[in-house]
Write a protein that binds this ligand. Structure first.
Ligand code: AR6
Length: 176
């Protein structure tokens, strides 16, 4: 599914974040930036040791913020590492932290002149964020950002498996 926001494209695809040909892909990292499972594990595995070495130099990233490294052996030139919230009950600022993780990643892309970026569904794996709630925040934040920032030409959400894809598609249709 694809839609235009001004001159920019927002799209949903089902697939693997490590295979994307966008200039940057986003990692759903943890605040230590030293790797883990899920998206983080896959990115370090496919991207190789250079990404890990750069992450170690950076030294960490608080929830809601973002840091950038090169893409190592990935097709993407850059990896933007962001840290989503661990979901508990939804009353501990999780929604705001999740929105900030998307905004910080997009702002870093703008700052570096990156025109295309692919996101996984941040916080909806190990961090336990209910997918429909997370999808609403992810999509609204990206749509709002693109309305004010035409320098980013493509924002792609890469959903792992049909259930995640369908959840995002349902939420996006509801937002339109
Ligand atoms: N491509 C796209 N999406 C994927 C992929 C992939 N290759 N693999 C998993 N997903 P998660 P989080 C989906 O756990 O919840 C790590 O250990 C997955 O189905 O990767 O933000 C970090 O080090 C889910 O919907 O990230 C942190 O400690 C979504 O990506 C912690 O997990 C996010 O799942 C971060 O947890």
């Amino acid at each position: 599914m694809q839609l235009m926001i001004g001159e920019s494209t927002l799209e949903l695809v089902q697939g693997d974040i490590t295979k994307q040909d966008t200039e940057a892909i986003v990692n759903a990292a943890n605040s230590r930036l030293l790797g883990g499972g899920g998206v983080d594990g896959a990115i370090h595995r496919e991207g190789g040791p250079q990404i890990f070495a750069e992450c170690r130099k950076i030294g960490g990233c608080p929830p809601g913020e973002a840091r950038i490294t090169t893409g190592g052996r990935l097709r993407a030139k850059y990896v933007i590492h962001t840290v989503g919230p661990i979901y508990r009950d939804g009353k501990r600022g999780e929604a705001e932290t999740l929105a900030r993780a998307y905004r910080s990643s997009l702002a870093l892309a703008s700052e570096r002149g990156i025109k295309s970026i692919a996101f996984p569904s941040i916080s909806t794996g190990a961090y336990g964020y209910p997918i429909e709630l997370a999808a609403r925040i992810a999509l609204r934040t990206a749509m709002d950002y693109l309305e004010d920032h035409s320098e980013i030409k493509l924002v792609r959400f890469v959903l792992y498996g049909p259930l995640a894809y369908e959840a995002y598609e349902r939420v996006l249709q509801g937002l339109l």
